[in-house]
Ligand binder design. Structure first.
Ligand SMILES: NC(=O)c1ccc[n+]([C@@H]2O[C@H](COP(=O)([O-])OP(=O)(O)OC[C@H]3O[C@@H](n4cnc5c(N)ncnc54)[C@H](O)[C@@H]3O)[C@@H](O)[C@H]2O)c1
Length: 319
């Protein structure tokens, strides 16, 4: 008898390193079935079967299905987009942008008709730019197209704070705003050890050093791995967002959202704290920023605007 399921459904597009971790960790949560989609023949099916067999050892009943098409994705509650290519040596920013724009647009247009009520979580890089592509291609409201970056950047910040102070990660909270790149804005004033702001716990130069390490957190791992980029913490960051969406937890976490006047920014995807629940972004929280923090956020949103303008130029050159 075939297994049947009345569970929630999450589709993960791109069965590479990040997509694999997202699928594995979600399956282990045991509250949703997961459909893993990739263009490489056999690969998502193979990973899915492997995970189903792992389920017997870990005791989860989530069904994991691999596919090279979209039929199985119909009726998804959440769609996670991790498909794309990484920047290769010698590849220009515009080449990467052109390729990943094409991939994210194409997968969004293929997946959305079968899941018109889904919430889309974008992971592919350059993150904030790819959020614009998915938003335009999906035709959903801004509440239902959200980028994953701030959860990861804050997790990195938290890890560095815990290492520096030799305290449990459980007591560390952190907040990172801005675009997902080296212009991101780690907010030390809003980062604490059990409520104690970190500037009260370490000298200013250590705070600055940790902020800088956070902003370079992705590049540090690329430099060590040499081929490919981080995937464990990115994958788990996606799962934290999916948990909050599907379980309606209303977590308050930084995500890339389309700002429409908030923080004085209009029409750009930028990372800010939001409340995530069953309807997607439930609320955008506007923090009081100092002049310097505000200027850093403006600079960071300027970097997102440059990418959006570059994408528009690439589109009109191709037309
Ligand atoms: N937002 C973040 O914080 C964050 C963190 C880590 C990685 N990323 C990004 O996530 C993306 C995935 O990273 P990864 O390490 O898993 O890369 P990866 O190369 O391991 O996986 C990407 C997968 O996408 C697939 N793919 C390509 N075109 C496709 C298409 N048209 N349809 C379906 N699948 C397609 C590829 O076959 C590959 O399996 C990259 O763009 C990476 O830069 C973002």
């Amino acid at each position: 008898m075939a297994r049947t399921s009345g569970r929630r459904k999450v589709t993960v597009i791109g069965a590479g390193m990040v997509g694999g971790v997202v699928t594995q960790m979600l399956a282990m949560r045991d509250y949703a079935d997961v459909v893993l989609v990739d263009v490489v023949e056999g690969m998502p099916q193979g990973k899915a079967l492997d995970m189903m067999q792992m389920g017997t050892l870990l005791g989860f009943d989530s069904a994991v299905t691999g596919s090279n098409g979209y039929d199985e994705t119909q009726g998804s509650d959440v769609i996670v987009i991790t498909s794309g290519i990484a920047r290769k040596p010698g590849m220009s920013r515009d080449d990467l942008l052109r390729t990943n724009m094409g991939i994210v647009e194409s997968v969004t247009k293929q997946v959305v008709p079968g899941s018109p009520d889904a919430i889309v979580v974008v992971v592919s890089n350059p993150l904030d730019a790819m959020c614009h592509v998915a938003f335009d291609a999906a035709g959903f409201t801004r509440e239902r197209v959200i980028g994953m970056a701030g959860v990861l950047d804050s997790a990195r910040f938290r890890a560095f704070i815990a290492m520096e102070l030799d305290v449990s990660v459980e007591d560390v909270t952190a907040m990172v705003l801005g675009g997902h790149g080296d212009t991101m804005v780690p907010l030390s004033r809003y980062s604490t050890v059990n409520g104690i702001p970190i500037p009260e716990l370490m000298p200013a130069e250590r705070v600055t050093a940790i902020e800088q390490r956070t902003a370079g957190g992705g590049a540090e791992i690329v430099g060590l791995l040499k081929t490919g980029s981080a995937y464990y913490a990115p994958g788990m960051s996606v799962v934290e967002m999916v948990d909050s969406l599907i379980l309606d937890k209303k977590r308050v976490v930084p995500c890339s959202v389309l700002l429409q006047g908030e923080y004085g920014i209009d029409g750009l995807y930028v990372g800010v704290p939001v409340k995530l629940g069953a309807n997607g972004v439930g609320q955008i929280i506007e923090l009081n920023l100092t002049g310097n923090e505000s200027a850093a956020l403006k600079r960071s949103s300027g970097a997102v605007k440059e990418l959006v303008d570059a994408m528009a130029a690439l589109k009109s050159a191709a037309a």
